[in-house]
Design a protein. Structure first.
Length: 344
């Protein structure tokens, strides 16, 4: 037989002198098969470039050995690192990974849920543009295990679990550090949309002000639409605040790119950092390390998030017994930490 010709499982079985069911058991690593027979079958599969029909297999056993990852913006450094880590985890345990970039478009996201369902994925990881889990937008005929990162917790989504950093603590830590460094008029830069992460960072900011008896000033809350890049929108907002004469001596930016936009704006207006205004960002991505001065920031533990999300989805897809705390709460919170650099 010509190795370039398309070959079937029956052909492999015939060449190996075994039944097709034996070849199937070897491929699926089931049953008691001698090592000699396994080596012979795998050698023939390699010689003739035989690949099992995974579509037919998935239809038969209702398992595709694949997952989908829905991400709002693959250019976001923090989330792209998370996605790469998750993809690496699942590749090593034999899963294919579909990465779906929604460009922060809710309609596109809903379509991707339908597409992933049609591909019979065994599970979904969602870094969503929607505020709540879009459980109504995938088939009700299959219960697809899902793990969401940084989304509003929905206790009624029975097959959905949630993993996030401790955003409240991060907002509190950042604001408290600015206060301890002498700041009393602290601006916060955040989004208008009330996503779980942004809202919790804002709540942490307010709680720190309250703890140190600093009155909350709505004029220092700068919210933007998200239509432009975080850098561009933040720079414009800080430019306007400085030009209007608004007084502030500290800035808590809810992302490092927002912190960098603020830093550049202040530089262009001749306002020294950290002497006149101190800045703290959030995420601990590369821009915070390589800007000048280097930006103090809140670190999100990427490796812990990757491991928690990956192991959780793997266990859900394989019906593993979960710890009672995770099973009951369906919510895992990863601690954050402050990284002190040169803007404070």
């Amino acid at each position: 037989m010509n190795p370039k010709e398309k070959i079937s499982m029956k052909d492999i079985a015939k060449l190996a002198g075994v039944s097709a069911s034996t070849v199937s058991r070897i491929i699926n690593n089931s049953g008691q098969i001698s090592e000699k027979t396994k080596k012979k079958v795998f050698s023939l599969m390699k010689k003739y470039n035989y690949t099992p029909n995974m579509v037919a297999k998935s239809l038969k056993i209702n398992k595709s050995k694949s997952i989908g990852i829905i991400i709002t913006n693959i250019q976001n450094e923090f989330f792209s690192e998370i996605v790469l880590g998750i993809e690496d985890f699942f590749f090593k345990v034999g899963y294919s990974v579909f990465i779906c970039n929604t460009s922060q478009n809710p309609k596109k996201e809903m379509e991707y849920f339908k597409i992933l369902d049609s591909k019979l994925v065994d599970g979904i990881i969602c870094i969503s543009a929607l505020e709540k889990t879009p459980k109504d937008f995938y088939s009700n005929h299959r219960k697809i295990p899902m793990v969401c990162i940084d989304r509003i917790f929905d206790p009624h989504a029975s097959d959905t679990f949630y993993v996030e950093s401790s955003h409240f603590d991060g907002g509190f830590l950042a604001t408290e550090e600015l206060i301890k460094k002498g700041c009393r008029k602290i601006m916060i830069l955040t989004k208008k949309r009330s996503f779980s992460a942004s809202q919790k960072r804002f709540e942490g900011y307010k709680e720190a002000l309250k703890k140190y008896d600093i009155p909350f000033d709505a004029n220092l809350v700068m919210k933007f639409d998200g239509n432009l890049s975080s850098f561009d929108e933040t720079k414009k907002i800080v430019d306007k605040a400085v030009s209007s004469g608004l007084e502030f001596d500290g800035i808590f930016a809810t992302s490092d790119w927002r912190a960098y936009g603020a830093l550049i704006s202040l530089k262009e207006h001749g306002i020294s950092v950290p002497e006149k205004v101190k800045i703290i960002g959030f995420d601990n991505i590369s821009i915070s390390k390589y800007s000048y001065p280097k930006i103090t920031t809140v670190n999100q533990d990427r490796e812990a998030i990757i491991q928690q999300v990956s192991n959780l989805l793997f266990d859900l897809m394989n019906d593993a017994e979960l710890p009672d705390e995770i099973k009951n709460k369906k919510h895992i919170v990863i601690p954050v930490s402050l990284v002190n650099r040169e803007t404070t």
